[in-house]
Design a protein around this ligand. Structure first.
Ligand SMILES: NC(=O)c1ccc[n+]([C@@H]2O[C@H](COP(=O)([O-])OP(=O)(O)OC[C@H]3O[C@@H](n4cnc5c(N)ncnc54)[C@H](OP(=O)(O)O)[C@@H]3O)[C@@H](O)[C@H]2O)c1
Length: 484
Protein backbone atom coordinates (compact mmCIF):
# COMPACT_ATOMS: atom_id res chain seq x y z
CA UNK A 1 0.00 0.00 0.00
CA UNK A 2 2.37 2.68 -1.16
CA UNK A 3 -0.43 4.88 -2.46
CA UNK A 4 -2.96 7.17 -0.84
CA UNK A 5 -5.22 5.62 1.77
CA UNK A 6 -8.76 6.32 2.95
CA UNK A 7 -9.16 5.74 6.67
CA UNK A 8 -12.59 4.50 7.71
CA UNK A 9 -13.29 4.59 11.44
CA UNK A 10 -16.06 2.36 12.81
CA UNK A 11 -17.04 3.95 16.12
CA UNK A 12 -16.15 7.41 14.78
CA UNK A 13 -18.52 9.05 17.26
CA UNK A 14 -17.27 7.05 20.28
CA UNK A 15 -15.06 7.91 23.20
CA UNK A 16 -11.84 6.49 21.74
CA UNK A 17 -12.25 8.38 18.47
CA UNK A 18 -13.16 11.59 20.25
CA UNK A 19 -10.37 11.57 22.82
CA UNK A 20 -7.58 9.79 20.95
CA UNK A 21 -7.99 9.01 17.26
CA UNK A 22 -9.20 12.33 15.88
CA UNK A 23 -6.72 14.38 17.97
CA UNK A 24 -3.88 12.06 16.80
CA UNK A 25 -4.98 12.42 13.16
CA UNK A 26 -5.20 16.20 13.52
CA UNK A 27 -1.63 16.27 14.88
CA UNK A 28 -0.33 14.10 12.02
CA UNK A 29 -2.11 16.36 9.55
CA UNK A 30 -0.75 19.51 11.22
CA UNK A 31 2.82 18.15 11.22
CA UNK A 32 2.43 17.11 7.56
CA UNK A 33 3.20 13.49 8.47
CA UNK A 34 -0.03 12.04 7.11
CA UNK A 35 1.18 12.16 3.51
CA UNK A 36 -0.45 8.80 2.70
CA UNK A 37 -3.77 9.77 4.25
CA UNK A 38 -6.44 10.81 1.77
CA UNK A 39 -9.78 11.03 3.62
CA UNK A 40 -10.99 10.18 7.09
CA UNK A 41 -14.48 8.68 7.02
CA UNK A 42 -15.97 8.44 10.50
CA UNK A 43 -18.96 6.14 10.87
CA UNK A 44 -21.44 5.69 13.71
CA UNK A 45 -25.09 4.94 14.34
CA UNK A 46 -25.95 8.52 15.26
CA UNK A 47 -28.34 10.15 12.81
CA UNK A 48 -26.39 13.36 12.31
CA UNK A 49 -25.47 15.26 9.17
CA UNK A 50 -21.94 16.11 8.10
CA UNK A 51 -22.19 19.67 9.37
CA UNK A 52 -23.21 18.55 12.86
CA UNK A 53 -20.41 16.01 12.90
CA UNK A 54 -17.88 18.69 11.96
CA UNK A 55 -19.15 20.99 14.71
CA UNK A 56 -18.86 18.16 17.26
CA UNK A 57 -15.40 17.19 16.01
CA UNK A 58 -14.21 20.80 16.24
CA UNK A 59 -15.55 21.17 19.76
CA UNK A 60 -13.94 17.91 20.86
CA UNK A 61 -10.60 18.67 19.26
CA UNK A 62 -10.52 22.01 21.06
CA UNK A 63 -11.26 20.14 24.26
CA UNK A 64 -8.81 17.27 23.94
CA UNK A 65 -5.85 18.82 22.11
CA UNK A 66 -3.25 20.76 24.08
CA UNK A 67 -4.45 24.39 23.81
CA UNK A 68 -1.27 25.45 21.99
CA UNK A 69 -1.87 22.90 19.22
CA UNK A 70 -5.26 24.19 18.14
CA UNK A 71 -5.03 26.23 14.95
CA UNK A 72 -8.04 27.47 12.93
CA UNK A 73 -6.12 27.28 9.64
CA UNK A 74 -5.04 23.68 10.30
CA UNK A 75 -8.62 22.80 11.25
CA UNK A 76 -9.92 24.30 8.00
CA UNK A 77 -7.78 21.91 5.92
CA UNK A 78 -8.23 18.96 8.30
CA UNK A 79 -12.01 19.43 8.10
CA UNK A 80 -11.89 19.00 4.32
CA UNK A 81 -10.42 15.53 4.82
CA UNK A 82 -13.00 14.51 7.41
CA UNK A 83 -16.52 13.29 6.69
CA UNK A 84 -19.27 11.30 8.39
CA UNK A 85 -21.30 8.34 7.18
CA UNK A 86 -24.14 6.93 9.24
CA UNK A 87 -23.75 3.17 9.44
CA UNK A 88 -25.48 0.52 11.53
CA UNK A 89 -23.23 -2.54 11.75
CA UNK A 90 -26.04 -4.96 10.80
CA UNK A 91 -27.42 -2.95 7.84
CA UNK A 92 -26.12 -4.09 4.43
CA UNK A 93 -27.42 -1.00 2.66
CA UNK A 94 -25.24 1.24 4.85
CA UNK A 95 -22.15 -0.63 3.64
CA UNK A 96 -23.24 -0.04 0.08
CA UNK A 97 -23.34 3.72 0.72
CA UNK A 98 -19.87 3.50 2.24
CA UNK A 99 -18.54 1.43 -0.67
CA UNK A 100 -19.90 3.92 -3.22
CA UNK A 101 -18.10 6.69 -1.37
CA UNK A 102 -14.87 4.69 -1.30
CA UNK A 103 -15.12 3.82 -4.99
CA UNK A 104 -15.47 7.50 -5.84
CA UNK A 105 -12.37 8.38 -3.84
CA UNK A 106 -9.47 7.77 -6.17
CA UNK A 107 -7.38 6.51 -3.25
CA UNK A 108 -6.62 2.82 -3.78
CA UNK A 109 -5.72 2.06 -0.15
CA UNK A 110 -8.38 1.40 2.51
CA UNK A 111 -7.65 1.22 6.21
CA UNK A 112 -10.67 0.08 8.24
CA UNK A 113 -10.22 1.01 11.89
CA UNK A 114 -12.61 -0.92 14.18
CA UNK A 115 -13.01 1.26 17.27
CA UNK A 116 -16.36 -0.14 18.28
CA UNK A 117 -17.71 -3.16 20.16
CA UNK A 118 -15.44 -6.19 19.54
CA UNK A 119 -18.57 -8.36 19.23
CA UNK A 120 -19.22 -6.47 15.95
CA UNK A 121 -15.76 -7.03 14.42
CA UNK A 122 -16.64 -10.26 12.61
CA UNK A 123 -19.90 -8.93 11.21
CA UNK A 124 -18.34 -5.63 10.07
CA UNK A 125 -15.58 -7.46 8.17
CA UNK A 126 -18.05 -9.80 6.50
CA UNK A 127 -20.43 -6.99 5.57
CA UNK A 128 -17.54 -4.98 4.13
CA UNK A 129 -16.55 -7.92 1.98
CA UNK A 130 -20.11 -8.60 0.85
CA UNK A 131 -20.50 -4.96 -0.17
CA UNK A 132 -17.30 -5.12 -2.21
CA UNK A 133 -15.52 -2.57 -0.01
CA UNK A 134 -12.45 -4.75 0.58
CA UNK A 135 -9.82 -4.57 -2.16
CA UNK A 136 -6.26 -5.92 -2.37
CA UNK A 137 -4.96 -2.73 -0.80
CA UNK A 138 -7.19 -2.97 2.28
CA UNK A 139 -6.12 -3.39 5.89
CA UNK A 140 -7.96 -3.62 9.18
CA UNK A 141 -7.05 -2.27 12.62
CA UNK A 142 -8.62 -4.02 15.63
CA UNK A 143 -8.93 -2.30 19.00
CA UNK A 144 -8.63 -4.22 22.22
CA UNK A 145 -10.12 -6.18 23.89
CA UNK A 146 -9.91 -9.04 21.44
CA UNK A 147 -12.40 -11.26 23.17
CA UNK A 148 -13.08 -12.18 26.77
CA UNK A 149 -11.09 -15.41 26.81
CA UNK A 150 -9.17 -17.63 24.41
CA UNK A 151 -12.29 -19.08 22.77
CA UNK A 152 -13.94 -15.74 22.03
CA UNK A 153 -10.61 -14.29 20.86
CA UNK A 154 -10.15 -17.21 18.45
CA UNK A 155 -13.69 -16.67 17.16
CA UNK A 156 -13.03 -12.99 16.38
CA UNK A 157 -9.66 -13.78 14.80
CA UNK A 158 -11.26 -16.52 12.70
CA UNK A 159 -14.05 -14.25 11.45
CA UNK A 160 -11.64 -11.43 10.62
CA UNK A 161 -9.25 -13.90 8.91
CA UNK A 162 -12.00 -14.92 6.48
CA UNK A 163 -11.75 -11.41 5.04
CA UNK A 164 -8.27 -10.07 5.88
CA UNK A 165 -4.94 -11.92 5.75
CA UNK A 166 -2.75 -11.80 8.84
CA UNK A 167 -0.41 -9.39 6.97
CA UNK A 168 -3.37 -7.01 6.59
CA UNK A 169 -4.53 -7.28 10.23
CA UNK A 170 -3.26 -4.77 12.78
CA UNK A 171 -4.14 -5.55 16.43
CA UNK A 172 -3.55 -2.45 18.50
CA UNK A 173 -2.05 -2.27 21.94
CA UNK A 174 -1.41 1.41 22.43
CA UNK A 175 1.32 0.71 25.00
CA UNK A 176 3.50 -0.44 22.11
CA UNK A 177 3.13 2.99 20.54
CA UNK A 178 4.83 4.71 23.45
CA UNK A 179 8.20 6.16 22.60
CA UNK A 180 9.80 4.75 25.75
CA UNK A 181 8.56 1.23 25.08
CA UNK A 182 10.23 1.39 21.67
CA UNK A 183 13.27 2.88 23.35
CA UNK A 184 13.60 -0.41 25.22
CA UNK A 185 14.95 -1.91 22.01
CA UNK A 186 17.50 0.89 21.65
CA UNK A 187 18.47 0.67 25.29
CA UNK A 188 18.87 -3.10 25.31
CA UNK A 189 20.41 -3.72 21.93
CA UNK A 190 22.13 -0.41 21.16
CA UNK A 191 24.16 -0.12 24.37
CA UNK A 192 27.11 -2.37 25.09
CA UNK A 193 26.55 -1.47 28.74
CA UNK A 194 23.17 -3.05 29.39
CA UNK A 195 22.93 -6.09 27.18
CA UNK A 196 25.58 -8.27 28.88
CA UNK A 197 23.86 -7.72 32.22
CA UNK A 198 20.32 -8.39 30.99
CA UNK A 199 19.87 -11.81 32.56
CA UNK A 200 19.45 -13.81 35.76
CA UNK A 201 23.13 -13.50 36.74
CA UNK A 202 22.75 -9.76 37.28
CA UNK A 203 19.04 -9.02 37.60
CA UNK A 204 17.17 -10.05 40.75
CA UNK A 205 13.62 -9.13 39.76
CA UNK A 206 11.56 -7.10 37.29
CA UNK A 207 8.50 -5.05 38.23
CA UNK A 208 5.89 -3.73 35.83
CA UNK A 209 3.28 -1.38 37.28
CA UNK A 210 0.34 0.25 35.51
CA UNK A 211 -1.44 2.33 38.15
CA UNK A 212 -4.55 4.42 37.55
CA UNK A 213 -6.12 6.89 39.94
CA UNK A 214 -9.50 6.88 38.19
CA UNK A 215 -12.28 4.45 39.07
CA UNK A 216 -14.46 2.48 36.68
CA UNK A 217 -17.55 4.67 36.62
CA UNK A 218 -18.67 5.49 33.09
CA UNK A 219 -17.60 2.16 31.58
CA UNK A 220 -21.02 0.59 31.96
CA UNK A 221 -21.22 -3.09 32.73
CA UNK A 222 -18.09 -3.81 30.64
CA UNK A 223 -15.76 -3.65 33.61
CA UNK A 224 -17.95 -5.72 35.91
CA UNK A 225 -17.60 -8.68 33.49
CA UNK A 226 -13.95 -8.05 32.76
CA UNK A 227 -11.79 -7.10 35.75
CA UNK A 228 -8.21 -5.90 35.88
CA UNK A 229 -6.57 -9.17 34.78
CA UNK A 230 -8.41 -9.33 31.46
CA UNK A 231 -8.57 -5.56 30.93
CA UNK A 232 -4.90 -4.75 31.50
CA UNK A 233 -2.63 -7.74 32.13
CA UNK A 234 -3.71 -9.79 29.09
CA UNK A 235 -2.58 -7.03 26.75
CA UNK A 236 -0.54 -4.06 28.04
CA UNK A 237 1.42 -5.75 30.82
CA UNK A 238 2.19 -8.95 28.91
CA UNK A 239 3.23 -6.97 25.84
CA UNK A 240 5.64 -4.90 27.92
CA UNK A 241 6.91 -8.03 29.68
CA UNK A 242 7.65 -9.74 26.38
CA UNK A 243 9.64 -6.73 25.10
CA UNK A 244 11.66 -6.59 28.32
CA UNK A 245 12.40 -10.31 28.31
CA UNK A 246 12.83 -11.19 24.62
CA UNK A 247 16.09 -12.36 23.06
CA UNK A 248 17.86 -10.14 20.50
CA UNK A 249 15.85 -10.43 17.28
CA UNK A 250 17.50 -11.40 13.98
CA UNK A 251 16.58 -7.94 12.65
CA UNK A 252 14.22 -5.10 13.46
CA UNK A 253 11.68 -6.45 10.97
CA UNK A 254 8.20 -7.04 12.37
CA UNK A 255 8.33 -10.82 11.92
CA UNK A 256 11.65 -11.16 13.75
CA UNK A 257 10.60 -9.03 16.72
CA UNK A 258 7.23 -10.74 17.02
CA UNK A 259 8.90 -14.18 16.85
CA UNK A 260 11.05 -13.29 19.87
CA UNK A 261 8.12 -11.82 21.84
CA UNK A 262 6.15 -14.95 21.09
CA UNK A 263 8.92 -17.19 22.51
CA UNK A 264 8.73 -15.29 25.81
CA UNK A 265 4.97 -15.79 26.04
CA UNK A 266 5.44 -19.50 25.37
CA UNK A 267 7.94 -19.71 28.25
CA UNK A 268 5.55 -18.22 30.82
CA UNK A 269 5.05 -20.80 33.54
CA UNK A 270 1.34 -21.51 33.93
CA UNK A 271 -0.29 -20.31 37.11
CA UNK A 272 -2.34 -23.27 38.33
CA UNK A 273 -4.62 -24.16 41.26
CA UNK A 274 -1.45 -25.42 43.01
CA UNK A 275 0.37 -22.07 43.00
CA UNK A 276 -2.33 -19.45 42.37
CA UNK A 277 -2.64 -18.47 46.02
CA UNK A 278 1.06 -17.77 46.39
CA UNK A 279 1.41 -16.10 42.99
CA UNK A 280 -1.58 -13.78 42.66
CA UNK A 281 -3.49 -11.13 44.62
CA UNK A 282 -6.91 -9.80 43.65
CA UNK A 283 -8.21 -6.54 45.05
CA UNK A 284 -11.22 -4.24 44.87
CA UNK A 285 -11.25 -0.62 45.97
CA UNK A 286 -13.39 0.48 48.87
CA UNK A 287 -14.21 4.12 49.59
CA UNK A 288 -11.21 6.30 50.29
CA UNK A 289 -9.50 9.46 49.11
CA UNK A 290 -7.49 9.97 45.94
CA UNK A 291 -5.29 13.07 45.93
CA UNK A 292 -7.28 14.53 48.80
CA UNK A 293 -10.70 13.94 47.22
CA UNK A 294 -13.17 11.50 48.80
CA UNK A 295 -14.29 8.77 46.37
CA UNK A 296 -16.79 5.93 46.48
CA UNK A 297 -15.89 2.27 46.60
CA UNK A 298 -16.33 0.07 43.50
CA UNK A 299 -19.45 -1.67 44.80
CA UNK A 300 -21.07 1.67 45.58
CA UNK A 301 -20.66 2.84 41.98
CA UNK A 302 -23.74 2.61 39.83
CA UNK A 303 -24.04 -0.74 37.98
CA UNK A 304 -21.41 -2.51 40.07
CA UNK A 305 -23.28 -3.28 43.28
CA UNK A 306 -23.52 -7.01 42.52
CA UNK A 307 -20.06 -7.33 40.90
CA UNK A 308 -18.42 -8.56 44.08
CA UNK A 309 -16.26 -11.09 42.24
CA UNK A 310 -14.66 -8.46 39.98
CA UNK A 311 -11.11 -7.38 40.73
CA UNK A 312 -10.12 -3.75 40.17
CA UNK A 313 -6.55 -4.60 41.18
CA UNK A 314 -4.31 -7.52 40.44
CA UNK A 315 -0.72 -8.28 41.40
CA UNK A 316 1.03 -11.40 40.27
CA UNK A 317 4.37 -13.10 40.06
CA UNK A 318 5.21 -14.47 36.62
CA UNK A 319 8.09 -16.85 35.89
CA UNK A 320 9.73 -17.12 32.51
CA UNK A 321 11.15 -20.59 32.16
CA UNK A 322 14.16 -20.14 29.91
CA UNK A 323 17.95 -19.88 30.25
CA UNK A 324 18.00 -16.10 30.55
CA UNK A 325 15.28 -15.63 33.15
CA UNK A 326 15.02 -18.81 35.24
CA UNK A 327 14.83 -17.74 38.90
CA UNK A 328 13.97 -14.06 38.18
CA UNK A 329 10.45 -13.15 39.31
CA UNK A 330 8.53 -10.74 37.08
CA UNK A 331 6.07 -8.94 39.33
CA UNK A 332 3.12 -7.36 37.53
CA UNK A 333 0.51 -5.12 39.14
CA UNK A 334 -2.24 -2.89 37.91
CA UNK A 335 -5.28 -1.31 39.46
CA UNK A 336 -7.85 1.44 39.65
CA UNK A 337 -8.13 4.16 42.29
CA UNK A 338 -4.51 3.79 43.32
CA UNK A 339 -2.34 6.53 44.80
CA UNK A 340 -1.60 8.20 41.48
CA UNK A 341 -1.58 7.54 37.75
CA UNK A 342 1.74 6.11 36.58
CA UNK A 343 3.24 3.25 34.61
CA UNK A 344 6.78 2.03 34.91
CA UNK A 345 9.13 -0.88 34.41
CA UNK A 346 11.75 -1.45 37.09
CA UNK A 347 14.75 -3.67 36.45
CA UNK A 348 16.34 -4.35 39.82
CA UNK A 349 19.93 -5.59 39.86
CA UNK A 350 21.26 -8.07 42.40
CA UNK A 351 22.62 -6.68 45.61
CA UNK A 352 26.33 -6.63 46.41
CA UNK A 353 27.31 -9.80 48.27
CA UNK A 354 29.06 -7.78 50.98
CA UNK A 355 29.21 -4.11 51.95
CA UNK A 356 32.40 -2.12 52.48
CA UNK A 357 30.36 0.87 53.52
CA UNK A 358 28.62 2.12 56.59
CA UNK A 359 25.18 1.60 55.03
CA UNK A 360 23.29 -1.57 55.06
CA UNK A 361 23.94 -2.93 51.53
CA UNK A 362 20.31 -4.02 51.38
CA UNK A 363 19.26 -0.38 51.46
CA UNK A 364 20.65 0.57 48.09
CA UNK A 365 20.26 -1.44 44.93
CA UNK A 366 20.91 -0.44 41.36
CA UNK A 367 17.73 -0.11 39.39
CA UNK A 368 16.91 0.85 35.86
CA UNK A 369 13.55 2.60 35.94
CA UNK A 370 11.65 3.10 32.71
CA UNK A 371 8.77 5.52 33.21
CA UNK A 372 5.99 5.11 30.64
CA UNK A 373 3.42 7.59 31.95
CA UNK A 374 2.54 10.28 32.74
CA UNK A 375 6.06 11.34 31.65
CA UNK A 376 8.22 9.10 29.47
CA UNK A 377 11.80 8.88 30.76
CA UNK A 378 14.50 6.44 31.79
CA UNK A 379 16.68 6.70 34.87
CA UNK A 380 19.45 4.58 36.30
CA UNK A 381 19.57 4.44 40.08
CA UNK A 382 23.16 4.20 41.24
CA UNK A 383 25.06 5.08 44.43
CA UNK A 384 27.69 7.67 45.13
CA UNK A 385 29.74 8.76 48.12
CA UNK A 386 27.79 10.90 50.51
CA UNK A 387 29.83 14.14 50.53
CA UNK A 388 31.44 15.23 53.80
CA UNK A 389 34.22 14.56 56.27
CA UNK A 390 32.60 11.67 58.14
CA UNK A 391 35.18 9.11 59.16
CA UNK A 392 33.30 6.22 57.54
CA UNK A 393 32.43 6.25 53.86
CA UNK A 394 28.68 6.34 53.40
CA UNK A 395 26.68 6.00 50.22
CA UNK A 396 23.77 7.96 48.88
CA UNK A 397 21.47 7.24 45.96
CA UNK A 398 22.05 9.12 42.71
CA UNK A 399 19.72 9.01 39.70
CA UNK A 400 21.25 9.25 36.24
CA UNK A 401 18.70 10.47 33.71
CA UNK A 402 19.06 8.84 30.33
CA UNK A 403 16.37 10.85 28.55
CA UNK A 404 17.55 12.90 25.60
CA UNK A 405 16.19 16.41 26.22
CA UNK A 406 16.69 17.40 22.58
CA UNK A 407 14.19 14.69 21.59
CA UNK A 408 11.44 16.28 23.66
CA UNK A 409 9.12 17.05 20.74
CA UNK A 410 9.44 13.55 19.32
CA UNK A 411 8.84 11.84 22.63
CA UNK A 412 5.73 13.92 23.17
CA UNK A 413 3.98 12.28 20.21
CA UNK A 414 0.97 10.36 21.36
CA UNK A 415 1.08 6.57 21.00
CA UNK A 416 -1.91 6.71 18.63
CA UNK A 417 -0.02 9.04 16.27
CA UNK A 418 2.79 6.49 16.01
CA UNK A 419 0.42 3.56 15.54
CA UNK A 420 -1.86 5.28 13.01
CA UNK A 421 1.17 6.28 10.98
CA UNK A 422 2.56 2.73 11.06
CA UNK A 423 -0.80 1.26 10.05
CA UNK A 424 -1.02 3.74 7.15
CA UNK A 425 2.46 2.63 6.07
CA UNK A 426 1.73 -1.07 6.62
CA UNK A 427 4.39 -1.57 9.31
CA UNK A 428 3.21 -4.30 11.72
CA UNK A 429 6.14 -4.18 14.17
CA UNK A 430 4.20 -2.47 16.95
CA UNK A 431 1.02 -4.50 16.49
CA UNK A 432 0.20 -7.87 18.02
CA UNK A 433 0.23 -11.00 15.90
CA UNK A 434 -2.60 -13.48 16.25
CA UNK A 435 -0.49 -16.15 17.97
CA UNK A 436 0.77 -13.60 20.53
CA UNK A 437 -2.73 -12.55 21.54
CA UNK A 438 -4.01 -16.10 21.71
CA UNK A 439 -1.02 -17.34 23.73
CA UNK A 440 -1.51 -14.46 26.16
CA UNK A 441 -5.18 -15.42 26.55
CA UNK A 442 -4.24 -19.06 27.19
CA UNK A 443 -2.04 -17.96 30.11
CA UNK A 444 -4.69 -15.57 31.48
CA UNK A 445 -7.45 -18.21 31.18
CA UNK A 446 -5.45 -20.61 33.33
CA UNK A 447 -5.21 -17.97 36.08
CA UNK A 448 -8.96 -17.34 35.95
CA UNK A 449 -9.67 -21.08 36.09
CA UNK A 450 -7.33 -21.40 39.09
CA UNK A 451 -9.06 -18.46 40.80
CA UNK A 452 -12.43 -20.13 40.25
CA UNK A 453 -11.27 -23.57 41.35
CA UNK A 454 -9.71 -22.22 44.57
CA UNK A 455 -12.38 -19.55 45.12
CA UNK A 456 -9.61 -16.94 45.47
CA UNK A 457 -11.20 -13.97 47.23
CA UNK A 458 -11.08 -10.35 46.11
CA UNK A 459 -9.44 -8.40 48.94
CA UNK A 460 -10.55 -4.89 49.75
CA UNK A 461 -8.19 -1.90 49.60
CA UNK A 462 -8.87 1.72 50.35
CA UNK A 463 -9.04 3.98 47.31
CA UNK A 464 -5.89 6.11 47.23
CA UNK A 465 -3.53 3.30 48.32
CA UNK A 466 -1.41 0.92 46.25
CA UNK A 467 -3.73 -2.09 46.63
CA UNK A 468 -4.27 -4.72 49.33
CA UNK A 469 -1.52 -5.47 51.86
CA UNK A 470 -1.22 -8.91 50.31
CA UNK A 471 0.39 -7.26 47.25
CA UNK A 472 3.22 -6.03 49.47
CA UNK A 473 3.55 -9.52 50.94
CA UNK A 474 3.70 -11.06 47.43
CA UNK A 475 7.12 -9.52 46.80
CA UNK A 476 8.25 -9.36 50.46
CA UNK A 477 8.31 -13.16 50.80
CA UNK A 478 11.03 -13.18 48.14
CA UNK A 479 12.98 -10.45 49.99
CA UNK A 480 11.96 -7.57 47.68
CA UNK A 481 9.73 -4.52 47.86
CA UNK A 482 7.80 -2.61 45.21
CA UNK A 483 9.62 0.41 43.83
CA UNK A 484 7.47 3.41 44.83
N1 LIG B 1 -12.28 4.59 25.10
C1 LIG B 1 -11.04 4.22 25.30
O1 LIG B 1 -10.23 4.92 25.92
C2 LIG B 1 -10.56 2.89 24.77
C3 LIG B 1 -9.24 2.50 25.03
C4 LIG B 1 -8.78 1.29 24.48
C5 LIG B 1 -9.63 0.52 23.72
N2 LIG B 1 -10.92 0.92 23.51
C6 LIG B 1 -11.77 0.06 22.69
O2 LIG B 1 -12.24 0.80 21.57
C7 LIG B 1 -13.54 0.38 21.22
C8 LIG B 1 -14.49 1.59 21.28
O3 LIG B 1 -14.52 2.09 22.60
P1 LIG B 1 -15.22 3.45 22.97
O4 LIG B 1 -14.86 3.71 24.39
O5 LIG B 1 -14.95 4.49 21.97
O6 LIG B 1 -16.77 3.03 22.92
P2 LIG B 1 -18.06 3.98 22.84
O7 LIG B 1 -17.76 5.34 23.35
O8 LIG B 1 -19.17 3.22 23.46
O9 LIG B 1 -18.33 4.12 21.28
C9 LIG B 1 -18.82 3.07 20.52
C10 LIG B 1 -18.86 3.49 19.07
O10 LIG B 1 -19.34 2.38 18.30
C11 LIG B 1 -20.51 2.81 17.59
N3 LIG B 1 -21.45 1.69 17.56
C12 LIG B 1 -21.96 1.01 18.61
N4 LIG B 1 -22.80 0.05 18.18
C13 LIG B 1 -22.83 0.14 16.85
C14 LIG B 1 -23.52 -0.55 15.83
N5 LIG B 1 -24.38 -1.56 16.12
N6 LIG B 1 -23.31 -0.21 14.56
C15 LIG B 1 -22.46 0.78 14.25
N7 LIG B 1 -21.77 1.50 15.16
C16 LIG B 1 -21.96 1.18 16.45
C17 LIG B 1 -21.06 3.98 18.36
O11 LIG B 1 -21.84 4.78 17.51
P3 LIG B 1 -22.99 5.77 18.08
O12 LIG B 1 -22.39 6.49 19.26
O13 LIG B 1 -23.25 6.69 16.94
O14 LIG B 1 -24.10 4.91 18.50
C18 LIG B 1 -19.79 4.67 18.80
O15 LIG B 1 -19.25 5.43 17.76
C19 LIG B 1 -13.90 -0.72 22.20
O16 LIG B 1 -13.51 -1.95 21.66
C20 LIG B 1 -13.03 -0.40 23.40
O17 LIG B 1 -12.79 -1.53 24.20
C21 LIG B 1 -11.39 2.09 24.02
Amino acid sequence: MSQMVDLIIFGGTGDLSTRKLLPALYQLHRDKLADRLHRIIATGRSKIDGETFHLEAQKNLQRFLPAADWDEAVWATFRERLCYVQLEAGQSKDYQTLTNLLDSSGAPGRLFYLATLPSLYGEICQQLQAAGAVNRESRVVLEKPLGHDLTSCQQINEQVAQVFDEEATFRIDHYLGKETVQNLLALRFGNALFHPMWNNTFISNVQITVAEDIGVAGRGSYYADTGALRDMVQNHLLQVLSLVAMEPPASLRAADIRDEKMKVLRCLEPITPANVKARTVRGRYAAGAVRGKAVKGFLEEEAFHDADNTETFVALEASINNWRWAGVPFYLRTGKRLTRRYSEIVIEYRRQPFSLFANDPQELTNKLVIHLQPEESISLHTVNKKPGLASKLRLKPVELHLTDESQEKHSSYDAYERLLLDALHGDQTLFMRRDEVETAWRWIDSIIEAWEENAIPVKSYNAGTMGPNAATALVAVDGFSWHE
